[in-house]
Write a protein that binds this ligand. Structure first.
Ligand code: IMP
Ligand code: MG
Length: 422
């Protein structure tokens, strides 16, 4: 393996957790570089289910080192809970986790502001996970954020937090919301800081030493291309760079050290939260929800579902430089008679083969579909490409061709064994 960036090629929840777990086999170090505990990466090992929000999925293989990079925003209370929860499930977390000193912190006022701004937006709300991610990145950009390095310095932390609580209580008051108690937040955060201290380090230096030793690094993307703050369907996006470039800025590893970009996409499309989803379709939504699939790992919300959108995934190849593809959830389409793929957008006589930036235009876009006959055969027990139903092969090859990258992995279920390598 080489240094590999793994990104979501759609709107998040592409099944990255599982693919990361599979690819981690060949990695030495796994790094999260953006987002926060808005992410939910689900991995099944045997009968056990693990849901990770901040800790890289690599933690499930005990010999791997895991890094939470500088580009991540960390809710320390949430992170402590997650570490303890994983330990309860038998996952050892000790010298295998490294947390960046310069990662920014998420505070209760960020979560409260996230919620208040959504209320204010009314029907134009983003549908955030209410984890305070946007306001935390906002503070980072405004240069008023607190970082991990502050949390583990008790004196400085107390001084800085006092000011932040004072400022944010004024803002919360203006929203008509309850002010926060400095003492309560301070005590809880100091406690979390004491617990996390032993993991906090200069991860840029750590990662550079790893590259000097020719270790293989896997960069674990969270969310997906169209939730990217620059390249997504703004303003219905998250507040970080979910695309490949975010792996560099969020870790401190330069672009020329990256060898491969793997894009993960579902065999159909989903989105959770508001915002345009051109191929959204009730029939496929009902089918997948009826199978008990497509409920969010972080918020439990039902995801919106639609047909595969190759306009979107081709765009994802363009902005991420995707070399290879992992297509997941193929088994979700096993019973479908006719499988549709969007190959263009149409408004009146105008046709688009890329995602228009004007959200009002995108909202009006009607998908242009090409239909494929369904394979109507269970794929969840298939172990090799040669045993895949020919119609499924045709469909998957078409997805890769339309997306413009090489098909490398096909996933037919949540388990490690349900993975087909090409
Ligand atoms: P935020 O990241 O909580 O601010 O949410 C912004 C948008 O990104 C909302 O539409 C969320 O539903 C979506 N989002 C955030 N994290 C994830 C994720 O991990 N998977 C899928 N959607 C996400
Ligand atoms: Mg998820």
């Amino acid at each position: 393996m080489a240094n590999t960036i793994l990104v979501g090629a759609q709107w998040g929840d592409e099944g990255k957790g599982k693919i990361i777990d599979v690819l981690t086999q060949d990695a030495d170090v796994v790094v999260r570089t953006q987002g926060g505990n808005n992410a939910g990466h689900t991995v099944f090992i045997g009968e056990k289910k693990y849901v990770l929000h901040l800790i890289p999925s690599g933690i499930l293989r005990k010999e791997k080192a895991c890094v939470i990079g500088n580009g991540v925003v960390i809710d320390p209370i949430g992170l402590v809970e997650e570490i303890k929860g994983m330990e309860k499930l038998g996952v050892k977390i000790n010298r295998n986790l490294f947390i960046s000193e310069t990662a920014h912190l998420v505070f209760p006022y960020h979560r409260e502001l996230d919620a208040q701004r959504e209320v204010l937006k009314g029907k134009n709300k983003i549908g955030t996970t209410k984890r305070g991610i946007g306001p935390a990145y906002g503070d980072k950009a405004a240069r008023t954020g607190l970082r991990m390095i502050d949390l583990i310095n008790p004196e400085r932390f107390e001084r800085q937090l006092k000011l932040k609580i004072k400022e944010n209580n004024e803002i919360l008051k203006a929203f008509g919301a309850k002010p926060l108690s400095f003492a309560k937040v301070h005590t809880a955060y100091r406690e979390a800081g004491d617990f996390l201290k032993k993991f906090v380090t200069n991860t840029v230096v750590y990662l550079h030493n790893a590259t000097e030793q020719n270790k293989n690094i896997l960069f674990e993307g969270a969310q997906g291309t169209f939730l990217d703050i620059d390249h997504g369907t703004y303003p219905f996006v998250t507040s970080s760079n979910t695309t490949a470039g975010g792996a560099c800025t969020g870790s401190g590893i330069p672009p020329h050290r990256m060898d491969l970009v793997v894009g993960v996409m579902k065999a159909y499309t989903t989105r959770v939260g508001e915002g345009p989803l051109p191929t959204e379709n009730n029939e496929i939504s009902d089918l997948l929800h009826g199978m008990g699939r497509e409920f969010g790992a972080t918020t439990g919300r039902a995801r919106r579902c639609g047909w595969f959108d190759s306009v979107a995934t081709r765009h994802a190849t363009m902005v991420n430089g995707i070399d290879e593809l992992a297509v997941t959830n193929v088994d979700g389409l096993d019973t479908v008679d006719v499988v549709r793929v969007c190959v263009g957008y149409q408004i009146g006589s105008k046709r688009y083969d890329y995602i228009p930036n004007d959200i009002d235009v995108l909202t009006q876009c009607k998908p242009v579909y090409v239909d494929f006959p369904g394979w109507k055969h269970p794929t969840d027990k298939i172990k090799s490409w040669k045993d895949m139903p020919p119609r499924a092969k045709t469909y998957l090859k078409a997805l890769a061709d339309l997306t413009g990258a090489k098909l490398r992995i096909v996933s037919v279920g949540p388990a490690r064994e349900q993975t087909i390598f090409l």
